[in-house]
Each structure stands twice: as C-alpha cells, then as structure tokens.
Design a protein around this ligand. Structure first.
Ligand code: SAM
Length: 220
C-alpha cells in the first residue's frame, strides 16, 4: 500500500471514530463510510477537509453534506427500510449516492443543476458506482421508476412534496429535512397502508430544495 493510500485509510478511520463519538452506531453505515473515500467527491485534492466533519462548497452555491448528516440520514433509512430501491433528491457531489450504493440499495438520484449532474454522472462511471442519475426537478420524483422502498431528500424542504409521497411503496420511508430557509427538522415519513406516520428529529441546516413542490428559486 502506498503512503498516500495509507494516509487516506487512517483519515477515513478517524472520521468513522468521530461519527461513533457523535452517536452513529449502525455498523452497516459505519462500514459504508469506510468503503467510500470521501476525498474523491471533492473538486481539488483536499484530504484534510474531506475527512473532517464539515459541509463544504462544491460550486453553484451548493455543498457536500457534513459526514454526520449523511450518516444520520442513512441510519434513519437503514433502520426502517434495510434494502430495495432508494430515490435520492439532490445528487450534489454524489457522495450520499455512493454511500447508499455501498449500503446495497439500488440507487436513483436526481439533481437540478446541470453542471453538478454531469460531474456526478462522470464520477460514478469513473469509480464504477452503479447509480441511475437524472437531471430535473426532484420534487416531482421519478414516476417511471416508482414505487420506491426509501427516499432521502438532501436539501431543505418547506413542506412534504405530494408527488414524492405518492411514489413511496408500502412500508417505505422518506427521510426529509423540513422547515424554514435556514433551519429544518429532520423528519421521517413512513407509509403504512393509506396512512403516513411521521417522526421528528433534531435540527439541521440544508441548502434549499428548489422546485415545483419545494421553494421557489426567486426566494433565494
Ligand atoms: N447529496 C449531496 C452530496 O452528497 O453531495 C449533497 C446535496 S446538497 C446539500 C443539495 C443538492 O440538492 C444540491 O446539489 C442542489 O442543487 C440539489 N437540489 C435542490 N433542489 C433540487 C431539486 N428540486 N431537485 C434535484 N436536486 C435539487
């Protein structure tokens, strides 16, 4: 193993130790974090930044989410919907998609910004990550591929997008931050028959979910 590879492995292990200290205990999630090298989803060689617990700019006013946030959302999903088809809204850097792929899901992801979509698509091919990606307004979901066993919305929504609720399968769950422009409550919505059961968790701060069933882009 080369010295740089050894260094990356050590950084990844440190990041996973930090996640454990923050209360992430799901072994499948921790293993996925060890499997996916986060620095590959950064534009420049930024090893120090990549393995610290922060959200960082990826261009176009967007961010790669903090590892803790990705781990927390992934845990909420894995514990309720352990396998199957997952729809992610907000591909961004592609890191969350890669974590979902490492968790064994069939991953579908939608991004609204052309340049980020193209960049992530190329990266998935380069890294051999099998993710179906689409450019478009994710608030409308991916009707042709529905129903989904799980959904992860990685941008802050003003409310529950109706189209996404309709594309949840039986016993499927959506993990979605809902609230105002600067602060949102992490929410899990699970479908049981014709009912939806909701659970709220602590507050996060996401970039906005912009679209027909999200925020209007003139607000920002
Ligand atoms: N999951 C990403 C990652 O791992 O890097 C982080 C995503 S970033 C916090 C949120 C992303 O959601 C941005 O790339 C943004 O362009 C995208 N987004 C916002 N509204 C969207 C929409 N309606 N449909 C698809 N993507 C959207």
């Amino acid at each position: 193993m080369k010295k740089s590879e050894r260094l990356i492995e050590l950084r990844q292990r440190d990041m996973v130790e930090t996640l454990k200290q923050y209360g992430i205990a799901n072994q499948r999630v921790l293993d996925a974090f060890l499997e996916v090298p986060r620095h590959l989803f950064f534009q420049e060689q930024a090893w120090e930044l990549a393995y610290s617990d922060g959200a960082y700019p990826i261009g176009f006013g967007q961010t790669i989410s903090q590892p803790y946030t990705v781990a927390f959302m992934s845990t909420l999903l894995v514990e309720r919907c352990p396998s199957g088809k997952v729809l992610e809204i907000g591909t961004g850097s592609g890191y969350q998609s890669a974590i979902l792929d490492a968790l064994g899901y069939a991953v579908y992801t939608i991004e609204r910004i052309d340049e980020l979509y193209e960049r992530a698509k190329k990266l998935f091919i380069k890294l051999g990550i099998n993710v179906a990606c689409r450019l478009g307004d994710g608030t409308l979901g991916w009707n042709k591929e529905a129903p989904f066993d799980g959904m992860i919305i990685t941008a802050g929504a003003p409310g529950e997008p109706e189209s996404l609720l309709k594309q949840l399968g039986e016993n499927a769950c959506m993990v979605i931050p809902i609230g105002g422009p600067s602060c949102q409550e992490m929410t899990v919505i699970c479908k049981k028959g014709s009912q939806f059961k909701r659970e709220g968790f602590h507050q996060f701060s996401f970039v906005p979910l912009i679209g027909k069933e999200g925020w209007c882009d003139t607000v920002f």
